[in-house]
Design a protein around this ligand. Structure first.
Ligand SMILES: NC(=O)c1ccc[n+]([C@@H]2O[C@H](COP(=O)([O-])OP(=O)(O)OC[C@H]3O[C@@H](n4cnc5c(N)ncnc54)[C@H](O)[C@@H]3O)[C@@H](O)[C@H]2O)c1
Length: 542
């Protein structure tokens, strides 16, 4: 595949293509049967959105120097599909495009899954007779040579299940292309951008909302959930001034802010928080509102868990780590000098509202550290997403956050109190927490988890518990995304000590979630100490 030819069409994708949240707008991928109008609608949609437009068939024709029809007739459908799949895989690594594909492009399950990971797939539909009318007056289409109506029916039957599997469907019958574009834009504005997930276990469960602009509806959410005053917000010195103060007057809420940073996630700050709650007259029936990164969520959640033996709370995460990980599953707590999260509780929020507009102000370093948590989710259970990270360099789209959230929701629902499979989420954490604490929190949580995951993969390879080459794949992905793969100035003895104080210890020994391969991890105890320390030392920069 000639990538120059494609990038010529797309134009260079740069960080300036990010939207206001710092996320890249995902591709809009038009799909559907022949004659449904993917190219016409696609061009119009691209024009209206000011995005580059790619017609996959047309690009392949330019690249191969012959029509798709001739290509299929001379080389066969299978050969054409291979070229098409390569094309789709490449486009899955881009963002901000409007793409019109051939009607069979997403029949291949792997390409379907990769495209869904990176793009919003919009299936255009039409009545069969209308497709026949449109195609009848058109130039010959691939795979529809003889009796048009009969062959189209067969083709639609064959692809019925595949087409039905795409949730975002837009009917085009009796609509002009411009009306179809209007419908797509309305649907995108209405529901596609925001996603909701439900954590059903433990009961009564709660919803997680993700998308732009959600905080503007916070009062509606509060009344829908019948959350009672007094409302007291908790935030830190970075997030409070930019995101909490505006909400404060709308909700008629008090705001407590503490100094930002992991060093403040401790019993001292906790004590100050409960003290302020009593001074502000917080009641048992009141509502605590946490707005900030994982530190705010953990601390405010722990305060909500324990103040008057537990009050209701909402979590409004504002960092990637908090959106895809810390806000989900109800684990709350504080660090002790001896180690991370050594005091804590399970206390589920009433709702999690992840407004991606808040990411606009997230510093670049924190953004990248957050990506490490998404890469971790991919290594645990999403090989397609991991491949995506291996191939691409662009910033994430909303879809990535969704996939990481969906993975965590699945696992915490099955094991809400971490008595079994939830421990798989600790991939990278046994060593990562040791590094994070021993660095005196100069390593960010996400950075430490990424590095911990790499060292744990190397450890698993040393012990022949994982497929060879996995650690090197993880290392390359971390490097590609500008995340640390080595550490310096952290004494080995301090790392060991922090690890030995970790909660994940069992009967005196450490417990690891080690990767078996990309997409699968397994829990292990009884890993020899010497092997662990050797693996850590290898990543120390001298
Ligand atoms: N409870 C859980 O299940 C769980 C899971 C993962 C991580 N965690 C915890 O989460 C913490 C890490 O979370 P984190 O990376 O969000 O750390 P953090 O809360 O310290 O946030 C990182 C930095 O970004 C700032 N920030 C956050 N959102 C911002 C925004 N929108 N604009 C400007 N600045 C912003 C914060 O003030 C802070 O300086 C750790 O304490 C970790 O142990 C908990």
């Amino acid at each position: 595949m000639d990538k120059n030819l494609i990038s010529e069409q797309i134009g260079a994708i740069s960080s300036t293509d990010r939207d206001s949240t710092g996320l890249h707008p995902q591709n809009l991928f038009l799909f559907g049967p022949p004659g449904v109008g993917k190219t016409t609608v696609g061009k119009l949609l691209a024009e209206r959105l000011g995005r580059p437009f790619i017609d996959i068939d047309e690009s392949i024709e330019r690249q191969q120097g012959q029509s798709v029809n001739i290509l299929i007739n001379t080389c066969g459908e299978a050969a054409f599909r291979r070229i098409e799949s390569e094309f789709c895989a490449y486009l899955a690594g881009q963002s901000n495009l409007v793409v019109a594909s051939g009607g069979g492009a997403l029949l291949n399950p792997e390409i379907r899954s990769e495209t869904l990971a990176s793009s919003c797939v919009i299936l255009l539909t039409a009545e069969e007779h209308e497709l026949v009318d449109r195609l009848g007056s058109d130039t010959p289409r691939p795979l529809l040579g003889g009796n048009l109506a009969q062959e189209l029916r067969q083709l639609l039957n064959h692809r019925k299940e595949n087409y039905a599997s795409f949730p975002f469907q837009v009917p085009t019958s009796e609509k002009s292309p411009s009306q179809v574009v209007d419908t797509i834009l309305e649907a995108l504005a209405d529901n596609n951008l925001s996603k909701s997930f439900t954590v059903r276990n433990p009961k009564p469960g709660y919803e997680i909302l993700l998308g732009p602009g959600l905080l503007t509806n916070i009062d509606t959410l509060i009344s829908r959930l019948e959350l009672q005053p007094p409302y007291i917000m908790i935030s830190d010195s970075n997030v409070g001034p930019v995101h909490a103060q505006g909400l404060q007057s709308r909700l008629n809420a008090d705001l407590i802010q503490f100094e930002a940073g992991e060093q403040k996630k401790n019993l001292g700050t906790y004590q100050e928080l409960v003290q302020r709650l009593t001074e502000l007259g917080m009641e048992r029936s009141g509502t605590l509102i946490a707005i900030g990164g994982g530190v705010v969520g953990d601390l405010a959640g722990f305060t909500a868990a324990t103040y008057m033996r537990g009050i209701r709370w909402m979590n409004l995460p504002t960092s990637i780590v908090a959106m895809v990980d810390a806000s989900i599953g109800g684990k709350v707590g504080v660090d002790l000098g001896a180690g991370k999260n050594l005091v804590g509780a399970f206390h589920q929020p009433d709702i999690v509202v992840a407004d991606t507009d808040t990411l606009r102000t997230l510093p670049e370093g924190e953004f990248k550290a957050g990506l490490a948590e998404i890469i971790k989710a991919a290594v645990i259970a999403d090989a397609t997403l991991f491949k995506w990270f291996e191939r691409n360099q662009h910033s994430p789209t909303l879809r990535w956050l969704e996939r990481a959230i969906a993975l965590k929701v699945d696992i915490v629902q099955e094991d809400p109190y971490e008595s079994g499979i939830r421990a798989k989420l600790n991939l990278g954490h046994t060593i990562g927490h040791g590094l994070e604490a021993a660095s005196n929190y100069t390593l960010r949580h996400g950075e430490a988890v990424g590095l911990g995951m790499l060292i744990e993969a190397e450890l698993a390879e040393d012990l022949r518990l994982t497929e060879e080459g996995l650690a090197s794949r993880i290392e390359k992905v971390l490097q590609r995304w500008d995340l640390p793969t080595r550490f310096r100035d952290i004494p080995i003895g301090a790392i060991r000590k922090s690890m030995m104080n970790d909660k994940k210890k069992r009967r005196g020994g450490l417990r690891f979630a080690l990767p078996l391969r990309v997409g699968s991890v397994q829990l292990h105890e009884n890993i020899p100490d010497s092997a662990v320390m050797e693996a850590i030392e290898r990543r120390m920069e001298i």
